[in-house]
Design a protein around this ligand. Structure first.
Ligand code: FAD
Length: 430
């Protein structure tokens, strides 16, 4: 169970099967570091790890425990690329920066799997490929576009048509898709715990159960007040993503938090496992409110999708996921569900992650739009390069002034309407 979480979101398979947690020091009194990183998900851990590689004296401050947020709860799908396709990236960022970003995001899964191998991180990782599945004509067009644009980049993507996609997934629900062998899967909580332990061995101080309560900026340094002590640092990196709060100065004002939920069946029989995702692929589909699924190491089917904004909405979405499993995979019969959980995803208006400079000089890394496992890791390296004074024109991702999204107090009213509208469009196109 995820501690200090709403029970509806807390019964996670990853917490139930986690390796030993990170043992850190307790922050007491006042400590000094070059860099303080706030938020112990993959973003924060990756920044800390890459700082340690560069010999930068860094500490990581986490409100709960490492991986408590989205990083320890996600689908563990390691997906290449950004939500937007290469041509859109070129248009949005210009051709020079666009080229760097496309290469960075396309190569992010390789970067993750190599790190795991190099540092022997035990997290059930396998790079068997990611399928983006589609049902509608619109989905097929999206996939054809993805295929053409990534092929132009030299990526090894293939088009899948029925019946091939149906036998690779084990369901006749989808009629087409693409297979990108760069993708894969891992146990997300064990990945972030493992990377944090490597960072710690390399000298990063990790303070857990250490909520940041305020950030004071002075001329040459910051003072960060935590529940049990303070940290003085030259630079502050905010990696709270969709979990920050206004009251503590840790909220990312450039993102909209929305919930994603997942369910996990009881372990399936070997006969059933021979038919569902038999080659170990992970899948997400092209719908606006997408579904994503995979098999876990212990043979369970995990299915995820958009959550709600209230407990009632979340419960409805959890039941809807169970119905989707029955509909897509009737072979599972009257299967039991042993886990259901969820967490917050950070959406940005332009669908791109952002490295943002706040007015007080704090730098934040956020906004992965539900595709953060690989991007957090690689962008953490970019932020460490920035801290190490690499000139911004030589970085592989731009640093921009924070662009706040207005009317944040109304998001909880707007999201259900936006979700309803997207579901309507998905159903019309089906
Ligand atoms: C259910 C779900 C499924 C997903 N599936 C996938 C997937 O399959 N593939 C994929 O690529 N992406 C997926 N994502 C997205 C991915 O998980 C995120 O993009 C990524 O984990 C973001 O990592 P992060 O480190 O930026 O943020 P988080 O992991 O959310 O970490 C933020 C941390 O900040 C801490 N914090 C908050 N306030 C404070 C404070 N005041 N002081 C100290 N610490 C604080 C929190 O406790 C938290 O641990 C999914 C997300 C969810 C929720």
């Amino acid at each position: 169970m995820i501690k200090n979480e709403n029970p509806l979101l807390a019964n996670s398979i990853w917490s139930a099967t986690a390796n030993d947690r990170v043992v850190g020091e307790q922050l007491s009194s006042s400590k000094q570091f070059d860099v303080a990183i706030i938020g112990g998900g993959i973003s924060g851990v990756s920044v800390a790890f890459h700082c340690a590689l560069l010999g930068i004296n860094a500490c990581l401050l986490e409100k709960e425990t490492i991986g408590w947020g989205a990083s320890g709860r996600n689908g563990g799908q390691v997906i290449p690329g950004l939500k937007e396709l290469p041509e859109d990236v070129y248009k949005f960022f210009g051709s020079k920066m666009g080229k760097k970003i496309v290469a960075l995001a396309g190569g992010a899964p390789d970067y993750v799997f190599n790190l795991i191998k190099k540092y022997k991180i035990e997290c059930g990782a396998s790079q068997n490929g990611w399928i983006q599945a589609s049902v509608s004509e619109n989905g097929l067009q999206k996939n054809r576009s993805l295929l053409r644009q990534w092929k132009e980049q030299g990526a090894p993507v293939h088009l899948l048509l029925a019946p091939e996609i149906q036998s690779l997934i084990g369901s006749d629900n989808y009629t087409h898709g693409i297979l990108d062998p760069r993708g894969g899967k891992l146990h997300p909580l064990n990945y972030v715990l493992g990377l944090a332990k490597v960072a710690q061995k390399k000298g990063v101080a990790i303070y857990q159960e250490c909520p940041v309560e305020s950030i004071e900026s002075n001329t040459n340094y910051y003072k960060i007040y935590c529940a049990t002590g303070q940290v003085i640092a030259q630079k502050v990196i905010l990696t709270t993503n969709a979990y920050g709060e206004d009251s503590t100065g840790t909220r990312n004002k450039n993102i909209i938090p929305v919930q994603s939920v997942q369910v996990a069946t009881a372990p399936l029989s070997d006969n059933i496992l021979k038919t569902i995702l038999p080659n170990g692929h992970v899948v997400s589909d092209t719908r606006r409110l997408l579904k994503y699924f995979r098999i876990s190491e212990d043979g369970r089917l995990l299915m995820g999708g958009r959550g709600g904004v209230s407990n009632r909405g979340t419960s409805i979405q959890i039941e809807e996921l169970k119905r989707s499993v029955s509909k897509m995979f009737p072979i599972t019969g009257e299967v039991e569900y042993e886990y259901s959980w969820g967490g917050n995803v950070a959406l940005t208006l332009d669908h791109y992650p952002q490295i943002s400079l706040f007015d007080n000089g704090v730098i934040s890394l956020s906004g992965y739009n539900g595709r953060g496992v690989a991007l957090t890791t690689i962008l953490g390296k970019v932020v460490a390069d920035l801290i190490n004074n690499v000139p911004s024109e030589d970085l592989d991702f731009p640093i921009k002034k924070l662009r706040s999204i207005p009317f944040s107090q109304f998001h909880n009213f707007i999201i259900p309407f936006a979700t309803w509208y997207k579901r309507l469009l998905d159903n019309i196109e089906r």
